[in-house]
Design a protein around this ligand. Structure first.
Ligand code: GRF
Length: 220
């Protein structure tokens, strides 16, 4: 897998397009990290496949362009994702972040952004992949540790090279909701961190493994 870096990262921070379906708390965590300056990237487009996604408000509040590519407007998944793809290309994004997107991306879409599209998943992959109920399934299975994974998106759903993982314990009195909340707090750390590493050009895919390069020494 090749990484396609922005042509001139010195003069232009990487442009990020974010795909959401719902409340958008991961989007907000990323936006706040860019605003704090801890992530040297710019969210330039937010796309939702649901018109009622609460997360869209975070983009509106910041005058970030949005696109709704929902099932009402585009009943066919291929047409819907073609709309998303066209919008991302028109916005000249360097990186695509799937932050709670609830549909599987078609092969053309995945190919277009190969090596520059990442996803946040609420389990320690490869456990509890290919599901929208990873937290409840982890609880039901009885695992004692679960967490979240940030990984590259490939045509193997939830199976792309892993960039970062953060673990959380499963507690005795957990419900799916309390466990999901504990995992979500870690997603909000892991996703901005992965975008930061990518923006700093420190992420290298070697086969199935992702190497994180050391930070550059500060300029003197
Ligand atoms: C997160 O738990 C993410 O891991 C999963 O969907 C949820 C999205 O949450 N894929 P939010 O919309 O970012 O608040």
């Amino acid at each position: 897998m090749t990484q396609q870096r922005p042509s001139d990262p010195v003069t232009r921070p990487p442009r990020v397009g974010v795909l959401i379906s719902g409340r958008g708390s991961n989007l907000l965590a990323l936006l706040e990290a860019t605003e704090r300056g801890t992530v040297p990237a710019e969210v330039v487009l937010v796309i939702s496949n649901r018109a009622d996604a609460g997360g869209i408000a975070y983009a509106h509040a910041r005058a970030i362009p949005t696109v709704i590519a929902d099932r009402a407007r585009y009943p066919k998944r291929s047409a819907r994702q073609e709309r998303m793809r066209a919008a991302l290309l028109a916005a000249d994004v360097d990186l695509v972040v799937c932050a709670g997107l609830d549909e599987i991306l078609v092969a053309d879409f995945v190919d277009e952004f190969a090596g520059r599209m990442i996803n946040v998943h609420p389990s320690l992959l490869p456990a509890f992949g290919k599901t929208l109920h990873a937290q409840a399934e982890a609880l039901a299975h009885g695992v004692k540790i679960t967490g979240c994974t940030i990984h590259f998106v490939t045509d193997d759903v939830d199976g792309g090279p892993i960039i970062l993982q953060r673990a959380v314990p499963v507690l005795e009195d957990d419900t799916a909701d309390t466990l999901a909340a504990r995992i979500l707090a870690e997603e909000h750390v892991a996703l901005p961190e992965a975008v930061r590493l990518w923006a700093e050009d420190r992420v290298r895919v070697v086969g199935r493994r992702v190497r994180i390069l050391p930070a550059a020494a500060p300029a003197r």
